[in-house]
Ligand binder design. Structure first.
Ligand code: 5GP
Length: 178
């Protein structure tokens, strides 16, 4: 463990096991559908990469980037599309892959935005859920793990663009960002 991480919340093994389970469930649910996996940059990329390999179906992948916290640990509530999809979605069953749902504001905006393009369906899959801080009412269909109200890093999640490559989810020590 590195010194900036106070404690490991979810181990590498737990993450890998849960991703396999989620992949199996999604494979069952999306049989015969036209699955488009929309991964949200940058945080969800590592989770999405592991997850798609466990979805044993034909699928396509695309990416969206939205504004996030920057170098702070507080949500601004402002959502801006920095990179949009490269394709039309009218005949697609969209599965949005998010790293963590915190206030839900980002996801709420994304769902509304994608819904307006009239895809066949939209569902949401997140690696982590922090329900205690929810401000927007969003339905999350697949949840990896529930986490307490702590700032977490690793497995794609950053602090000031660092720590994304940790293979586990850890709680950032207070000294690392004070
Ligand atoms: P929301 O709009 O739900 O408040 O925030 C969603 C985004 O905030 C996530 O996609 C993620 O990028 C960032 N975020 C929320 N909580 C955490 C956290 O504990 N750690 C990190 N690294 N990012 C977080």
């Amino acid at each position: 463990m590195i010194k900036e991480v106070e404690r490991i919340l979810i181990s590498e093994q737990e993450l890998q096991d849960r991703v396999k389970e989620m992949g199996r469930q999604i494979t069952e649910d999306y049989k015969g559908k036209n699955l488009l996996v929309v991964s949200i940059l940058k945080g969800a990329v590592i989770f999405a990469s592991d997850l798609v390999m466990e979805i044993k179906l034909p699928l396509t992948m695309d990416f969206m980037a939205v504004s996030s916290y920057g170098a702070s640990t507080k949500s601004s509530g402002v959502v801006r599309i920095l990179k949009d999809l490269d394709q039309q979605v009218a005949d697609k069953d969209i599965l949005i892959i998010e790293d963590i749902v915190d206030t839900g504001l980002t996801l709420h905006y994304l769902i509304e935005n994608l819904q307006s393009r009239k895809p066949r369906s939209i569902k949401v899959c997140c690696c982590l859920d922090k329900p205690s801080r929810r401000k927007a009412d969003v339905q999350v269909d697949y949840i990896g793990f529930e986490v307490p109200d702590e700032f977490v890093v690793g497995y794609g999640l950053d602090y000031a663009q660092k720590f994304r490559n940790l293979p586990y989810i850890g709680i950032l020590s207070k000294e690392a960002y004070s």
